[in-house]
Design a protein around this ligand. Structure first.
Ligand code: COA
Length: 306
């Protein structure tokens, strides 16, 4: 599959919530959160919704691509925290961009692997469509149970978007895998969920074990030695350092910004990708390996040239 990312944008809510702020809400502290996860702060919305963050990131990506919104043929929003069950966040972004021409717009729920699932779908659609706007966007703060201190400390809100266009000079290698979550180690109930509040529930140590295995598999499925930078899903620095040690890949080869944003699920990889580019850690033609893992359970991995 050949395609190129021609524009990238992100949106982070203004409000920053530090570990210290969380310690005023629950029995936790900065030392525990930092040493167990690497996270120092995250962003939470005050009055924005997922479609608002998605729209800001989308506008930035379209402008970065030097296109106008009318050039977009497909909008895919990867999210597990949509504003509504329907219409999709993608349809809301389409409306916010004022687009009425012939196009497709739909959401993908692949949790923290969502961006990579969306990427594989987008690459397929580029056979018949010109420019695809692929967005990862989440407002997870509205799904957190602040009495569950081992889960609530992990997540943040944010969005990231890329514009993809077919380009024979750029090859994408991509895989996505799904494994049934037999023991229900990571979930959030929907409308049929025994009236339990719709918050994220997790068996932290089981998810940790799966994450290490999935991240290792995702990296090993690609020619990782050829890449300039690995962008793993930003869940926990201990997951990443564990894999760095076991695969003997220097930790410097893994990009991390989870200290600043926490786990933003489907938005995490694209927010990190944009930040790595902005910091000059990635430049045109560099090879990047993105690996996601999460609820489902799911894993996705993509190796491509910028
Ligand atoms: N602050 C202070 N103490 C906390 C705490 C918090 N926020 N959360 C849990 N603890 C306590 C526990 O109650 C426990 O206390 P106890 O020994 O008195 O019972 C102790 O810390 C150890 O808890 P444990 O759950 O064993 O910690 P851990 O080292 O496994 O770390 C996670 C917990 C959640 C950080 C870790 O399991 C993890 O990151 N898992 C993966 C989660 C993830 O990434 N999910 C998304 C995937 S996409």
């Amino acid at each position: 599959m050949s395609a190129k990312i021609i524009g990238i944008g992100t949106a982070l809510p203004e409000k920053i919530v530090t570990n210290h702020d969380l310690s005023n809400l629950m029995d936790t502290n900065d030392e525990w959160i930092t040493s167990r996860t690497g996270i120092k702060q995250r962003h939470f919305v005050t009055n924005q919704n997922t479609s608002d963050l998605a729209t800001i990131a989308a506008k930035q990506a379209i402008s970065d691509a030097k296109l106008s919104p009318q050039d977009i043929d497909v909008i895919i929003v990867c999210t597990f925290t949509p504003d509504n069950f329907t219409p999709s966040v993608a349809s809301m972004v389409q409306k916010n961009l004022g687009l009425t021409h012939n196009m497709m717009a739909f959401d993908v729920n692949g949790a923290c692997s969502g961006f990579l699932i969306g990427l594989e779908i987008a690459l397929g659609l580029l056979n018949t469509h010109k420019n695809c706007l692929l967005i990862g966007a989440e407002v997870i703060s509205k799904m957190l149970d602040f009495t569950d201190r081992s889960t609530a400390i992990l997540f943040g809100d944010g969005a990231g978007a890329v514009v993809l266009t077919a380009d024979k000079s750029r090859e994408f290698n991509i895989i996505n895998r799904a494994y049934p979550d037999i023991d229900s180690v990571l979930y959030a109930n929907g409308i049929n969920g025994d009236n339990e509040k719709q918050t994220i529930k997790m068996n932290g140590s089981e998810v940790f074990r799966f994450a290490v295995k999935a991240l290792s598999e995702g990296i090993q499925a690609m020619d990782y030695e050829s890449c300039d930078l690995i962008i793993p899903h930003q869940a926990n620095s201990r997951i990443i350092s564990n894999v760095s040690r076991s695969l003997k890949i220097p930790i410097e080869k893994f990009y991390m910004n989870l200290d600043q944003v926490g786990n933003t699920s489907a938005a995490s990889i694209v927010i990190a990708l944009k930040q790595a580019i902005t910091e000059g850690k990635l430049k045109p033609k560099d090879k990047v390996l993105c690996v996601g893992f999460g609820a489902g359970l799911t894993m996705g991995s993509a190796l491509f040239e910028l």
